[in-house]
Design a binder for this molecule. Structure first.
Ligand code: PFF
Length: 452
């Protein structure tokens, strides 16, 4: 086992914020958040999601960073270090497994984004193009999406094989500001399209009439996914922190950046959906159909379109590396593998596990999950985000709240904390609010889903 001393750590004070925001900001903000909001009724979902971020997302983010920094270990090793000879390491194992599943389909969607770097040229320069047809044509072909899924996985493996600091930290520094600038340009175009107002009111005026327990489950699933919580990615990144780095304030920055970018994405997409006559409930194709249509309406649209999908692919990459890093850190720490070996072997296995998700739109398009009625990619997504992530977050909260103890956690969390201090309020959230909310929402939401 590698000792914490030899372990790499973030090179600068902002290194962690950058890397953790790189993990958080990704397809979850720009691809998943808009279509979830569109499927669950707009503003009402947005509000429930924001409440989930504050009451569950932030305290759980702090919780996971604390466990990581305290132990300097991968998720499985972290639980073993804090509760030796108990079955709690299984929570870490659940996280490693979940990361596996998420990355396998995440890479498929990231592959769509890579393909759109050139598809968007067709979509913005062809007269009378049907944007939905371009997207459906792409995902229903067999080899093209597989090819891009492979390219994306290879990129992820390449960076992880390079190591934490050189590999991860470098990329996010440039990426984050560029994404924000491009989103702002898109928002300006979208809100000035004739008919955009209807989209704005859909996004901002809540109608709670449609809210069910499924809406709540979808909102906590989105909160966990977008903040990279519940599967040890943040434990792993926290494990590369040294004691002198602050936790509660850094966590607030990461949550703020991530939420801000998701909200911006909504402002770029909803006005456009209504102005251009699309449906907000288009599902996973939503941004791939809507945004190219907006680019087609812009001066220099092709150029902006290419830039956008390059950036989205990079954002996906900085998240994907955090997913692969969890599995890799575990193999290095616990099994003594080399970094290269683990990255390559895991990359190949995860690529293979993702194949059914991509074929779910072509050869396997008839296959749906009983009760859920979703295609394979949505099925991977549903189980990972509605079950495994909240469960991982819930169990980690129970572990810290009742086994390791919030007193120990607060002490560790407040070490060198300057901007925000943890107190009993945080202990209360971790011991009561987080477990009860997640527990109740999961039970009701799952029951509601399968009872039709
Ligand atoms: N947070 C990432 C996104 O929003 O795209 C996805 C993700 C990364 C989820 C890492 C979970 C994770 F551990």
């Amino acid at each position: 086992m590698q000792s914490p001393i030899e372990r790499e750590s973030w090179a600068t004070r902002v290194g962690f914020i950058l890397a953790a925001s790189g993990s958080a900001v990704g397809l979850g903000n720009i691809w998943r958040f808009p279509y979830m909001t569109g499927e669950h009724g707009g503003a009402a979902f947005l509000i429930i999601y924001l409440v989930a971020i504050i009451l569950i997302g932030y305290p759980v983010m702090v919780n996971e960073i604390i466990v990581g920094r305290k132990t300097n270990r991968n998720p499985i090793g972290a639980f073993k270090a804090l509760a030796p000879n108990t079955p709690w390491w299984l929570v870490g194992a659940l996280g490693v497994f979940t990361g596996f599943v998420i990355l396998s389909y995440y890479s498929v969607v990231a592959g769509w984004s890579l393909a759109y770097v050139y598809k968007v040229v067709i979509a913005t320069t062809t007269a009378d193009v049907e944007h939905a047809d371009v997207f459906v044509g792409h995902i229903t072909s067999v080899w093209e999406p597989i090819f891009w899924h492979a390219v994306f996985m290879a990129l992820t493996v390449g960076i992880i094989a390079g190591g934490v600091v050189r590999g991860i930290q470098k990329w996010v520094t440039v990426l984050m500001p560029a994404i924000i600038i491009l989103l702002v340009i898109l928002i300006i175009r979208a809100v000035t399209l004739p008919g955009a107002g209807e989209g704005l009111s859909y996004y901002l005026r809540p109608d709670f009439g449609e809210v069910t327990s499924r809406t709540f489950l979808a909102a906590i699933a989105q909160a966990f996914f977008t903040l990279s919580l519940g599967m040890g990615a943040i434990i792993t990144y926290g494990s590369y922190l040294r004691g002198r780095h602050e936790i509660p304030g850094n966590a607030a920055s990461v949550v703020g950046i991530d939420t801000g970018i998701a909200i911006l994405a909504g402002f770029a997409i909803f006005p456009a959906i209504f102005a251009l006559g699309f449906s907000p409930a288009a599902g996973p194709g939503l941004v791939f159909i809507t945004l190219p249509a907006v680019f087609a309406e812009m001066p220099l649209g092709t150029l902006f379109g290419i830039m956008f999908f390059v950036l989205l692919s990079f954002a996906a990459l900085t998240s994907a590396i955090s997913l692969l890093e969890v599995v890799t850190a575990w193999l290095i720490d616990e099994k003594g593998w080399t970094r290269k070996q683990s990255a390559i072997v895991m990359g190949i296995i995860i690529f293979t596990v993702g194949l059914p998700a991509t074929l779910g739109y072509s050869v396997l398009s008839g296959v749906t999950f009983p009760g859920l009625g979703t295609d394979l990619l949505d099925t991977y997504d549903w189980f990972a985000n509605s079950i495994f992530l909240p469960l991982g977050g819930l169990l980690t909260a129970i572990f810290v709240g009742y086994i390791w103890g919030t007193k120990n956690a607060i002490e560790e969390g407040n070490r060198n904390a300057r901007f925000i201090k943890l107190g009993n309020w945080w202990g209360f959230l971790i011991r009561y609010v987080v477990p009860v909310l997640i527990g109740v929402i999961m039970i009701m939401g799952i029951y509601d889903t399968f009872s039709g």
